[in-house]
Design a protein around this ligand. Structure first.
Ligand code: NAG
Ligand code: NAG
Length: 261
């Protein structure tokens, strides 16, 4: 609705009234009005009308002291995690005292969690890929796929994947298993040192995101892993004191626990 429109006249009248009122208030004191407005706005924030008891006040003062100290430090070093790309800030955030206090404080809900992104990648590598009967194959694009099976599944079409190799055997033949595990970790996460170089476009990052989920799905869609995976996710969110999880899942079939002999 434009102000020129006849139906806009009431709006104009209201605006005039508002301007007149603000002039009369400014006669009292602009500062007082401003402070009053700011206070009113603060009270509209989440928890704005909450009254802290003396213990909570003390805890709040401590937390704010840590926060101020971290900000003062950042002004000296010019290293300020909130101003950085998350991948570069992550290790700094994990060292922050404020973060570590927030981490143990109770939280509401974690919403819109993708089913293949709810457990630490470390656990996937160290726990899941070390389980018996885990097979790996390499696609022509250089990505990996996984499958739990016994016996070894038939070789896929060449344009899809290499032959399936038992991961236990594969680890024995790589020159450095630690390095191999690190390469697995990298293939389970978007994190890279130079995200703006690795992902120059939205499509590039989206494509890697989908590849990761496809890679992880092969590990997770096996009943014994699936059960432990979901349980582990709850443990990890519990450790962060998250009280509610909303998981987005396609509920694709999970292969049963009893692998053929
Ligand atoms: C993997 O996780 C399961 C379930 O949490 C646990 O019972 C098992 O001991 C773990 N295995 C390894 C090798 O960490
Ligand atoms: C294997 O790789 C890890 C990580 O890159 C490295 O720290 C370690 O020294 C390597 N081990 C050998 C025997 O080369």
């Amino acid at each position: 609705m434009s102000v020129g429109d006849p139906s806009g006249w009431p709006v104009l009248r209201f605006l005039r009234l508002a301007v007149a009122m603000s002039f009369s208030v400014s006669a009292i004191s602009t500062d007082d009005t401003k402070n009053h407005l700011l206070m009113k706005e603060k009270m509209m924030q989440l928890g704005g009308t909450l009254v802290l008891n003396p213990q909570e006040q003390q805890a709040n003062e401590k937390l704010m002291a840590f926060k101020t100290a971290e900000m003062t430090e950042a002004m000296k070093t010019l290293i300020f995690p909130p101003s950085m790309h998350f991948f570069q800030a992550k290790h700094l955030i994990e060292r922050s005292q404020v973060f570590n206090i927030l981490r143990i404080m109770p939280k509401g809900a974690a919403l819109h969690l993708h089913d293949f992104g709810i457990v630490s990648t470390d656990w996937l590598v160290k726990n899941v890929t070390y389980r018996p009967h885990c097979h790996i194959c390499f696609t022509p694009r250089g990505t990996m796929q996984f499958r739990f099976a016994r016996p070894t599944p038939p070789t896929p079409k060449a344009r899809e994947c290499s032959k399936w190799i038992l991961l236990e055997d594969y680890r024995k033949q790589v020159p450095n298993a630690t390095e191999f595990d690190e390469s697995l970790l990298r293939s389970f996460t978007l994190v890279t040192q130079h995200p703006e170089v690795t992902y120059p476009t939205q499509n590039a990052v989206w494509s890697k995101f989908q590849i990761i989920f496809f890679t992880i799905s092969g590990l997770v869609h096996y009943a014994p892993v699936f059960r432990d995976y979901v349980f582990r996710s709850m443990e990890e969110f519990w450790e962060d004191n998250v009280l509610f999880m909303e998981i987005r899942a396609m509920l694709q079939p999970v292969s049963p626990a009893g692998l053929p002999a």
